[in-house]
Design a protein around this ligand. Structure first.
Ligand code: C5P
Length: 400
């Protein structure tokens, strides 16, 4: 039986030529056993008729907010409560912008604002509109709020151009939606993750830090949470929103991170160390701001504790996953680190101009004893999901 059986889906159809595919989508969702109620925007109604969608869904199509007829039929609050998932397919550039702004001036945006259920969008637009910084900012905002983005695919477009912006094909959308209702691969596990940089005080206003943005660690936390894990994220200073459903502990220095991790690791099944922990800290942090009176200033540095190695050395410790950012000899260095720190798995990446620190994209080379897998250049959210799946597989095998 499909995991979509008996699921209640609100399908939002917005103004894009891909709206013609929504008819087939309704049909396929119903074939999979789902119940579908369609909300059609004014833009969507320019591309497909309510009658088509009504005939296929077997339910009246809802079009207007604050319309006595529509609201009497099934009001926006009821729709928001009724849905197990809201799928907007196609989602036009305009609808993404309106969702990101939190507008509620038509039925679909009002339903999205009133719901606590998962909202999924399947973007469909010209590739330049998709690539535009405004659209990409909107997508980032939506991702941070827990909205799921399915697609878009690349290829020939209705406008005659080619590039990323096509709505995913119906099959792919139905399959991706079904996976939302499958039990997560990390269901029942507790995952502890470190993220971001650490700051090592020189005096009350200065510190030694590094360029880590925390993006990869936060993406890992989001992906592990989506896979059903109970996630605790110990984060250095970053400018990122906490992923939905993740419990976060903020720290500043490596020693604070070490203490927090060792306090929480007793409850963890899996430990993932994505933080860029400072290897050294000033031996003495000055109590007062250091004045620039001297021509030369020497700082004595001492080694920080290796948090990952400490966790991996625990007798009944969790499944440990480390990261390794390298500028050269990626595989060799990662292999050595895997063995030296007694890790269960290591994910290595090149630090370069297009990937690694501060970037949205990354590529990983994952190693464990007796196995390896490359995860090609992709958005850190996409990569994190793939890495979480690998971790889940290896973790389950380690328990057999
Ligand atoms: O040895 P290296 O710093 O390259 O190892 C990187 C891995 O070790 C990362 O997973 C990082 O989070 C972790 N690490 C740590 N504590 C340190 C240094 C690194 O947990 N003091």
């Amino acid at each position: 039986m499909s995991s979509l059986a008996n699921k209640r889906i609100v399908l939002g159809v917005t103004g894009s030529i891909a709206a013609y595919k929504s008819a087939e989508l309704v049909r396929r969702l119903r074939d999979a056993g789902a119940r579908v109620r369609v909300v059609l925007t004014d833009g969507g109604a320019k591309f497909i008729t309510p009658l088509t969608l009504q005939s296929l869904s077997g339910q009246p199509v809802q079009q207007h907010l604050l319309d006595a007829g529509s609201e009497a039929n099934f009001g926006h609050i009821e729709l928001a409560r009724w849905a197990d998932v809201i799928l907007i397919a196609p989602a036009s550039a305009n609808s993404l912008a309106r969702l990101a702004r939190g507008q509620a001036d038509d039925l679909l945006t009002a339903v999205c604002l009133a719901t606590t259920t998962t909202v999924v969008v399947a973007p469909a637009m010209n590739h330049r509109m998709w690539a535009h910084a405004a659209t990409q900012d909107n997508v980032k905002t939506l991702l941070q709020r827990g909205v799921k983005i399915f697609g878009p695919a690349a290829g020939d477009q209705a406008c005659g151009e080619t590039g990323p912006g096509r709505m995913l094909e119906t099959d792919a959308l139905v399959t991706a939606l079904a996976t939302l209702f499958k039990p997560g691969t990390l269901s029942g596990t507790r995952v502890l993750i470190t993220a971001g940089p650490t700051q090592e005080a020189i005096d009350p206003v200065r510190f030694i830090g590094n360029r880590s943005s925390g993006k990869m660690g936060f993406a890992m936390a989001r992906a592990a949470q989506e896979a059903g894990a109970q996630v605790t994220l110990v984060s250095g200073p970053v400018a990122l929103a906490t992923p939905e459903g993740v419990s976060r502990i903020d720290v500043r220095s490596a020693r604070q991170m070490h203490d927090m991790v060792l306090r929480h690791v007793v409850d963890a099944d899996i430990f993932i160390a994505t933080a860029a922990v400072a290897d050294y800290r000033p031996k003495f942090a000055a109590q007062e701001k250091i004045k620039k009176s001297r021509e030369e200033l020497t700082l004595d540095l001492v080694r920080n504790p290796d948090i990952l190695a400490a966790v991996a050395a625990l007798k009944t410790g969790p499944f440990t996953v480390g990261f390794a950012a390298e500028t050269h000899n990626l595989e060799k260095n990662a292999q050595e680190k895997l063995l030296a720190k007694s890790l269960d798995m290591i994910a290595a990446n090149h630090v370069g101009p297009q990937q690694g620190f501060e970037q949205d994209d990354n590529a990983l080379f994952v190693l464990w004893r007796g196995g390896r897998q490359e995860l090609g250049l992709a958005h850190k959210d996409v990569l994190a999901r793939a890495l979480v799946e690998l971790i889940a597989q290896r973790y389950r095998q380690s328990k057999q």
